[in-house]
Design a protein around this ligand. Structure first.
Ligand code: TRP
Length: 451
């Protein structure tokens, strides 16, 4: 069942809502009936497209069981209509696109006002740090930045800066995908030898998810163990739960309130797509995520200094706390947009890849030998671009898979052999993380670094 744009365009919010219910049912039926993968993919694609249309039409996310209120017709939420077409739906919580080629990152860079990471910047990072750039930078997985040259200028003049990143603890276990920003942040901490603050937004997850406060806080502590197991230096790293730190740091709370005073409801509504039925906790939350951008939110680390720049390897509030911007966002390939490709790769069993990883290979060995596989849509190859550090080896695998010399099963085997030691080491390090270690990282205290 396909819907032309005209048909969708002519639908009322309620009609589109019902259409979405039907399409959701369609996808469930196909999956239960174990239909052909291609057929399921097409149905999922259409569901995504209709969701984007629904968001555009009502300014709200489609939620089964929540029909659109009567007066929601054609509400423009500002965020979606900034002159850039809406194939890509990217907000702090969702990444989806109806564009067959995946999210258009160049448009995203324009939309969020950041700059592309050009080779010249990667070369400069290598020169300034004396270190080979991380594979996430070499391969454009982290692909845009803001003011990184300014930071390198300051760094060359021995003016230090600190790193800030975070995690929303929505589950006890983190999967491999969740660790990517932390793997990159650790590299930045090591090569620049600078302090790092990590915000665990247990409050955010309580506001957005159907979880109890205690549960969110427990998840925060559990996630801290996975984050510490990434190998962060305890002498340079402060990890904090908002439920703990916000209540114990007057300076932090003062900055939150200062930010809240300078940002209007319309602005956060425009940036985040909030609606009148969103709770006030959600609306004021961005100020809490922006506050760690100011060094005087951490008097125990920076004394009262206000002039220490911070870099966030991903999302941060920028010059005026008004605009929440993506920073060093990392790419999502087509493959993981459709299927959320990381979700099945937990730390328990990497061989899940054999079962779940969407393959770019041909259906038969004969066909694959003749026409080769398509690495651009292959989840296993995508993983290798994230986790196999040797560029030459990766290029050889790409050639062999495209030529058909390498079969899908063999490609998955290489990935499992690449991931297994990495996952085993992470699990081993996580076992060493005691409650005492977590307490050490999460206690407000001076960190040792040269300012
Ligand atoms: N809100 C983010 C999430 O849900 C967590 C977070 C808090 C964060 N502060 C941050 C992420 C700074 C990146 C940078 O995952």
């Amino acid at each position: 069942m396909t819907d032309s744009q005209e048909e969708v365009g002519a639908m009322t919010p309620l009609q589109l809502y019902e259409r979405l219910n039907a399409q959701g049912e369609q996808v469930r039926c196909l999956k239960t009936a174990k239909a052909e993968k291609a057929e399921i993919d097409v149905a999922v694609q259409l569901l995504l497209k209709l969701k984007t249309d629904y968001k555009h039409l009502t300014g709200q996310d489609y939620k089964a069981g929540c029909p659109p209120p009567e007066n929601v017709v054609n509400q423009d939420n500002g965020a979606a209509t900034d002159g850039i077409d809406e194939e890509d739906n990217v907000d702090p919580w969702n990444v989806s696109t109806s564009n067959a080629k995946g999210v258009d990152y160049d448009k995203l860079i324009v939309r969020f006002g950041s700059s592309k990471i050009e080779t010249e910047l990667v070369d400069r990072i290598e020169k300034v740090t004396g270190q080979k750039p991380h594979r996430f930078l070499r391969r454009g997985i982290f692909f845009s930045h803001r003011d990184m040259h300014q930071v390198l200028d300051a760094y060359e003049k021995n003016k230090s800066f600190y790193l800030y990143t975070g995690r929303g603890p929505s589950s006890e276990a983190m999967h491999v995908g969740h660790l990517i920003p932390f793997i990159f942040t650790k590299w930045l901490q090591d090569v620049f030898d600078i302090p790092l603050v990590i915000q665990l937004t247990d409050d955010e997850k309580y506001l957005w998810k159907d979880l109890a406060i205690e549960e969110c806080h427990r998840f925060a502590v559990e996630n801290a163990k996975d984050i510490i197991a990434c190998g962060f230096d305890v002498n340079k790293t402060f990890i904090f739960s908002d439920f703990d730190y916000m209540g114990s740091s007057p300076e932090f709370y003062r900055n939150v309130v200062k930010i809240q005073k300078h940002v209007t409801y319309n602005q956060v509504k425009g940036i985040f797509g909030f609606t009148d039925s969103d709770c006030i906790g959600k609306i004021s939350f961005p100020a809490i995520q922006a506050a760690p951008s100011f060094s005087n939110s951490f008097p125990q680390i920076f004394g009262g200094r206000k002039d220490v720049q911070r870099r966030s390897p991903n999302r941060l509030s920028q010059t005026s706390t008004r605009r929440q911007l993506l920073h060093f966002p990392h790419r999502h390939t087509q493959a993981d947009q459709e299927q959320g490709a990381f979700h099945f790769l937990t730390f328990s069993d990497p061989t899940q890849i054999n079962k779940h990883a969407f393959s770019g290979g041909k259906d038969t060995i004969e066909e694959h030998r003749k026409f080769g596989g398509n690495p651009d849509v292959d989840v296993s190859f995508m993983y290798l671009t994230f986790f196999l550090d040797d560029d030459e080896q990766l290029e050889k695998i790409k050639q062999d898979y495209s030529s058909g010399a390498l079969l899908t099963g063999e490609l998955k085997k290489i990935l499992i052999e690449t991931l297994q030691p990495m996952i085993a080491q992470h699990q081993e390090r996580r076992k060493q993380v005691t409650e005492e270690t977590v307490k050490q990282f999460m206690t407000p205290r001076p960190l040792n670094f040269k300012l």
